[in-house]
Design a protein around this ligand. Structure first.
Ligand code: NDP
Length: 406
């Protein structure tokens, strides 16, 4: 893209969008102008009013509509676009970027609206078309997926000859003071948690009931928290790109209060995505539930405590067994002071801004569709602390999990 300042378009004015816009708008050495577009323009205007020094323009857009997206892109002429709308919009936005010659970044892989299932096949299918167009698409540049992929690539590059076991551990030990709220889009969050669990072992995916496997895990500065095995999208790309991995799992903490609410909502049918007839209208119970739950972007002000997300890795280096734990802890209050957003939006938005900055500076750029671990992890790891997400590494410490095969 050369060294002149770039034009950046961001789609989605939710919790994550707030952080991406505010962080990117501080990069005036990199960007000359930003456009924030989303379904509700007033939300874009409220974010733009607090962002700078890079000027932020706003617009209304329905990102399910490819011709509408192409018109808006044609007007603003961005060099690259960050998609922080919902996973449903990944494919139309990727199509529009391809048609208009714009690089693409997102934080969550595509899932169809009518099926609570996510996988990379739909987006990987764009690889050759992006290659032919000379465009870069960077998939999953949030925290998990995102930083967890980069942590794994960094450990593989500097600490291991072969990685054998990977456990990604995600703890939110924060308290937002609400009886029940989700930290990112409620519809996407509940779809993810209520689907069957899945993990990789000995060359195959093993399936579990939703939230069936759980155990306490010790988190730095937080202590032991009950952690539940879930399927998470980075497992799919990481076992593909690090084929020596024998077992890969993802764990997330939930409080007993959260689990109780979720169980009741599931038992009464409120988490279902099967449409029902209500007063002559077809509605999805989960979409209705989303409408009554707090917006993730509204949780910031009174949120206390911190998140802790990291990768616990086992493998070998020069014939010797070794363990590595790389993690970040992020305080909800420091995230709020920096961007007026809570820690989960922050830990997602900062890596999205970094991924885009690496493309804008030609540091991470190659024609095609890529997952984070396919690029050199070092420049990304260097930027994380200066943008608000410092990380720590413990080599040959005690890990929560047994080695593979035991
Ligand atoms: P929010 O629900 O707060 O924000 C989503 C935004 O997208 C809203 O502003 C919404 O508009 C807008 N939007 C939805 N549909 C459309 C559409 N058709 N056209 C235009 N705009 C649309 O979600 P979050 O900010 O919490 O999450 C954003 C993304 O980040 C999600 O894809 C989520 O899965 C991902 N994520 C990734 C994480 C990671 O670590 N990798 C962690 C957390 C989230 P409106 O306000 O009008 O509804």
């Amino acid at each position: 893209m050369g060294s002149a300042r770039k034009r950046l378009m961001i789609i989605g004015a939710g919790g994550v969008g707030t952080v991406v816009v505010k962080k990117s708008a501080r990069m005036d050495h990199l960007y000359e102008e930003i456009m924030l577009a989303s379904r509700t323009k007033s939300k874009c205007d409220a974010i733009a009013a607090e962002a700078g020094p890079v000027p932020v323009r706003t617009a209304q857009v329905d990102a399910d509509d490819v011709p509408q997206l192409m018109r808006l892109i044609g007007e603003f002429r961005p060099d690259l676009l960050i998609n922080v709308a919902l996973p449903y919009q990944d494919l139309p936005i990727m199509e529009a970027c391809l048609a208009t010659g714009v690089h693409y970044v997102d934080t969550a892989n595509y899932e169809p609206k009518d099926k609570a299932e996510f996988e990379y096949s739909w987006q990987w299918a764009f690889h050759e078309r992006y290659q032919e167009a000379g465009l870069t698409a960077l998939l999953g540049s949030g925290f998990d997926p995102g930083v967890t992929n980069v942590f794994t690539a960094y450990a593989a590059k500097h600490y291991f000859d072969e990685i054998h076991c990977l456990d990604i551990v995600d703890c939110n030990a924060g308290d937002h003071g609400m009886a029940f709220a989700t930290n990112f889009n409620p519809e996407i969050n509940i779809r993810e948690i209520t689907q069957r669990g899945r993990y990789w072992e000995d060359g195959a995916w093993r399936s579990t009931e939703a939230l069936e496997i759980h155990q306490p895990v010790e988190y730095p500065r937080i202590g032991a928290r009950e952690s539940y095995l879930l399927f998470h999208e980075e497992l799919e790309s990481l076992v593909k790109h690090f084929p020596t991995i024998r077992r890969a799992r993802f764990w997330m903490t939930f409080s007993p209060q959260y689990i109780n609410h979720l169980q009741v909502l599931r038992n009464v049918g409120m988490t279902s995505i099967e449409p029902i007839e209500y007063q002559g209208m077809q509605i999805q119970p989960l979409q209705f539930l989303k409408a009554v739950l707090p917006e993730p972007s509204s949780l910031g002000e009174n949120y206390s405590g911190e998140t802790s997300i990291g990768c616990q890795i086992r493998g070998v280096k020069e014939g010797k067994e070794r363990t590595v734990y790389i993690y970040n802890n992020c305080s909800h209050q420091s995230a709020y002071r920096d961007t007026k957003a809570q820690g989960v939006s922050y830990t997602t938005g900062v890596p999205a801004a970094i991924g885009a900055a690496l493309i804008a500076t030609d540091v991470w750029k190659a024609p095609g569709v890529w997952n984070m671990e396919q690029f050199d992890p070092d420049p990304f790891m260097e930027l994380l602390p200066s943008l608000g997400l410092p990380w720590e590494i413990i080599v040959d410490g005690k890990l929560a999990f047994l080695p593979c095969g035991e």
